[in-house]
Design a protein around this ligand. Structure first.
Ligand code: BG6
Ligand code: MG
Length: 218
């Protein structure tokens, strides 16, 4: 049977943590007198902590010293981690274990491809660590999505060519990164946001095994 590399983003794809990133950034932005909308928040999804704060400052027309910048990033993460502390397997998104188990049963290599520096901690919390052959996260990359670095490293770990990899993403930046890497991009979320993806589903409950088989054998 042929093999493909299946690469999963974490936040908003495997676990329902995108809402916690939003809440934490929103609180932080308010504390420095910046307001941003859920539509603007789509631009924060998938991108690194540093890039996210840079965007928020740009929207609010603010400049900060390096110390202030670093202390705000630490504050955001502290707040985010207070949400994560309460997390358990109930925050795994619908049918994620089903698709991971199906891929494992089909002997397909699986990697995480996340911008988050908290990825390992979260996977441990929801007990999904052992489903992955490789984990590439925010600690392993120097370039934020939409740069394809994270997915290209994941492909290397899986020993797969980029064109034989399939990426599941909930963010515009992540879909763009997958496309730039020359991988198949599968958007998980809304059509109007993720229209650049090769395929779009609102969640994994919409993905049939026959679709996965088609991807494996294409
Ligand atoms: C991505 C999230 O997965 O990770 C972003 O979509 C977040 O919202 C980024 O900024 C970095 O995560 P963290 O946990 O290292 O701050
Ligand atoms: Mg995401």
């Amino acid at each position: 049977m042929s093999k493909k590399g299946f690469i999963f983003d974490l936040d908003g794809v495997i676990v329902d943590t995108a809402k916690y990133h939003f809440l934490a950034w929103q609180k932080l932005a308010k504390s420095i007198g910046v307001d941003f909308t859920e539509v603007q928040n789509e631009q924060l999804k998938g991108v690194s902590r540093v890039k996210s704060l840079e965007k928020i400052l740009e929207w609010g027309n603010k400049t900060l010293s390096e110390d202030q910048f670093n202390s705000l990033m630490a504050k955001k993460n502290e707040d985010y981690l207070s949400y994560i502390a309460k997390m358990d397997h109930n925050e795994i998104l619908p049918d994620v274990p089903k698709i991971l188990n199906y891929l494992i049963a089909q002997n397909q290599p699986i990697s995480l491809g996340s911008a988050s520096k908290n990825a390992r901690q979260i996977l441990k919390k929801v007990d999904l660590m052992d489903k992955f052959d490789a984990i590439v996260d925010g600690n392993d990359v120097s370039k934020a999505k939409p740069n394809p670095e994270v997915f290209l490293i994941a492909a290397q770990h899986l020993n797969m060519k980029p064109e034989d990899c399939i990426v599941f993403e909930d963010s515009v930046a992540g879909v763009q990164a997958a496309n730039t890497a020359n991988m198949i991009s599968i958007g998980i979320g809304e059509q109007k946001v993720l229209h650049e993806a090769d395929y779009i589903f609102s969640d994994f409950t919409e993905i049939e095994n026959s679709f996965i088989e088609k991807l494996i054998n294409r």
